[in-house]
Design a protein around this ligand. Structure first.
Ligand SMILES: [Zn+2]
Length: 211
């Protein structure tokens, strides 16, 4: 066996000896967790319809997935990315030419230090062997309290802006987002991607909130 093969082999063997990131008891078997913890995630592997769009959803927004997403998003628990990206990769993802992470505003980025959807999208892009494409940016996200349904939709649509420096165009893309609730932000992003000439837009999310 060549040396690099031996090293690779040794690395995965060592990883498996590490404890599961969720129960901290059993050894890691899949995406940094043990077999039992992986199986006990609230899987749905569904395609749901919102806002005249279809979204592929890996899990229900239920325990422990809801808590894991919160830890990853708001409490800097970036080590959970392997597990969360693994959940996205367990979906039957379509053949696309680029992966588009849901953008966050500069204010959110400064606050958080990273875009959680970009972190996950990088794993997906690597697996699909396609580039990450970020042709749309997001303006300041503010509270939507007190707005009517229509005002909310208009407000979300006005948050997304095509980057003028974007020259490359892709036709078949996959949007990655963490949680889908009403689907209006994905819809608004899709409209901008359509303006850029995208013909087929798919969306994959970690978890879907029942509405
Ligand atoms: Zn476990």
């Amino acid at each position: 066996m060549p040396m690099f093969k031996l090293l690779e082999h040794g690395k995965s063997w060592l990883t498996r000896l590490q404890p599961c990131q969720l129960c901290l008891t059993d050894h890691q078997a899949i995406h940094s967790v043990c077999q039992d913890c992986w199986q006990q995630l609230p899987w749905v592997h569904q395609t749901i319809q919102r806002q005249e769009m279809q979204f592929q959803v890996a899990c229900d927004y239920a325990y422990p997935m809801d808590r894991l997403i919160q830890l990853f998003k708001y409490e800097q628990k970036l080590h959970l990315q392997n597990l969360l990206a693994g959940a996205l990769l367990s979906l039957e993802l379509p053949k696309v030419t680029a992966v588009v992470p849901m953008p966050i505003s500069t204010e959110r980025l400064a606050e958080r230090g990273y875009n959680q959807s970009l972190v996950l999208a990088k794993h997906v892009a690597k697996k699909l062997n396609v580039p990450i494409w970020q042709p749309v940016s997001r303006l300041k996200q503010h509270s939507q309290k007190g707005l009517s349904r229509l005002e909310r939709i208009e407000d979300i649509q006005s948050q997304f802006q095509i980057n003028t420096f974007s020259r490359i165009r892709y036709r078949r893309v996959l949007i990655i987002d963490d949680v889908v609730t009403t689907g209006s932000s994905i819809r608004a992003l899709s409209q901008k991607l359509e303006e850029l000439g995208c013909q087929k837009i798919y969306a994959a999310c970690l978890a879907g909130v029942q509405i």
